[in-house]
Design a protein around this ligand. Sequence first.
Ligand SMILES: [Fe+2]
Ligand SMILES: [Fe+2]
Length: 447
Amino acid sequence: MIASSPSSSAPARRMAAVQEMAGMLRLLFEVEREFVRTATTLIYRVGEPELKYLLCQHVWESAGHARFLRERGRELSGFGKGEGVRDSLGGIFSEAVMPENGYVALAGFYRVLKPALLTAYRHYLHVTDHLADWPSKKLVEEFMADESRHGDEIASFLGFSPASAPAVAASASEWTAHLSAALSSLGGFLGENPPVPLPPHFTWAHSREHYTHPFTCNRGKYPTCSSVFSEDPAETPIVRSWLVDPKTDARVIRLMVYVWLMMEMDAVDYLATIFYDTPAAPFDLHHDMARHLWDESRHSQFGYRQLPKLGVDLMALEHSLDLYNILVRMPPHERYAMMTMEFEAGSFPTKATVMDRVRELNDFEADTLLAFDRNDEQNHVRYGHRWLPEIMALFGETRPVDDFVRATQEKFKQLAAVYGGKTPHALPPGQRLTADKILKLAGANTL
Ligand SMILES: [Fe+2]
Ligand SMILES: [Fe+2]
């Protein structure tokens, strides 16, 4: 007689066809959520703004895939409770972050893991019944189109030629072989292939050492500085008091707010650090943070796309690194508290004044960008109220939220005194964009 187990009970056998597909949707959900947790570590390690923006967009789309998979999965018997990720899959993604060079890690994600995900979706489509499982089929077809596009969009950033970057090209091909071997030992994300035993001398990098965020973020070819804000028009592009001074020409304010928006790249870089640090977070927290991240990357693009149209040479605009450099020294719940409760919650009055002044210019595009920015920021503060207590709980923080935020603000000031102001101007005053130069560019000779 065969011993009965829950999976071989009559009700389970009756639903076996559904359970088999639900099990695959569950695996795909876990893969997508792990991509969100770990591909975010690429963002602050690569230098091209366009690449950072694309990664933020892919992370957001992947969070969307995960959410739809979870919704569909929960309609089916056998998807399972909870949102945890099994160790075998988590191990692949924890491995993927390990290369010290962000571009080598990028190659692992986009030459191995993303193509394997596309293969897994294709397999799902191949083995499911297109009429019985039509709701899943529609989702999977859409996700496959997204995955193909993601691959195409990143392709031009993966062309390390042995001639131009021999060390990166060699490490990338060695690393992608390593990651492929790791994935083959599972037989692919859905176990759709026979598992291939790991090579004899294979060792997992993430079991040897811990991944840590770099102490500063990568801005590629762009010049850097500590901060773009000051009170000295010969020093930085934004003079804080000018933004709210009624005497300031509105054209100057428009240029300054575009610089401000472009510099939200710092929010992109430091927010991106929080996902990896919160593996036990509920998926909805990562989903909303992925949205937050994509919003910040769009705000940064507002500046990145508009400034050149207004005559700014982006190679003369220094990128400010202070916020990343300081926040990365703080634990994740403190980073998130500073972002949502201090920087974002505190920005509304100044931005409201700025919006009113920019409206004098009848620049419909500027008004639109600023209105959407404001709407997004209101959502970010809402996310902060929703998720800060949960992130605090993940790190055992039991103080009331207000007390914790106040203490964190104090701590930030102390850390800023130690780690802030350390990035020298990459460009001499004559070459960099300053507020004095913005006056000339705007055609406003005096304040
Ligand atoms: Fe923003
Ligand atoms: Fe924001």
